[in-house]
Write a protein that binds this ligand. Sequence first.
Ligand code: GUN
Length: 300
Amino acid sequence: MTATLIDGKEFAARVRGQVAEHVARLTADHGIKPGLAVVLVGEDPASQVYVRSKGKMTVEVGMNSVEHKLDVDTSEADLLALIAKLNADPAIHGILVQLPLPGHLDEDLVINSIDPAKDVDGFHISNVGLLGTGQKSMVPCTPLGCLMMLRDHHGSLSGMDAVVIGRSNIVGKPMAQLLLGDSCTVTIAHSRTRDLPDVVRRADIVVAAVGRAQMVPGDWIKPGATVIDVGINRIDAPEKGAGKTRLVGDVDFDSCAAVAGAITPVPGGVGPMTIACLLANTVTACCRANGLAEPEGLTA
Ligand code: GUN
């Protein structure tokens, strides 16, 4: 391997440390404790793990964590009523509704019922519009984490060629907006892109967010490029024993690391940054709600 490893686990711990410092100052100087409400509908096991982890880290950085666990058959009216209550609660600065929601609930309607100022996921249509027009917004956590790692590694991203593989509303599109905001020349590639290998070979920065295990091989990577792997895919790992599995990203790590200048591993790359950025967004939302200075380096 020749690439520098971008250690998301270590970086995320640093971000949480900065958040904790800011929270401590808010509490000591202003008597304010930021509060994050997480709403989980149903019992999806992966979502339960995420929500537990979010709650634990929220408390660790000194913020209040409120969890609302609702039955899988909760009506849309009941969910909207809870969100309205949280919107009106001055002790709650961030609201996250865990996705995916059960099929009978309209995800767009639910997300757009959150007060945009408390939308720490950055999924509300107002925040999407603000980000797209370069205005102050709440920024989706995973792309924000990727941007922080890229800025930390490169300093300025200005003029770099960036290719984002994947066009989801949660990662691909906001990632492209953020890179554009940092003056990259941005291409969004996706499943219908013609000559995908050649498109990726032009990139100084590759962000892979397609959800397909090890899809990007090393011979698509320009020598020295920076590779940010957003994918988390579980694959069979017979080498570890019968029935065993392991986590891999959307890029083939070994072949890409042999060519890239820098690369994020899976696990331990982008993943830990997502919750760290959720905490950062919550403290940012709290500062804005109270007309106080925002933490530096924790926003786009
Ligand atoms: N489910 C998986 N990732 C996320 C996320 O970042 N936010 C929300 N709300 N749900 C998710």
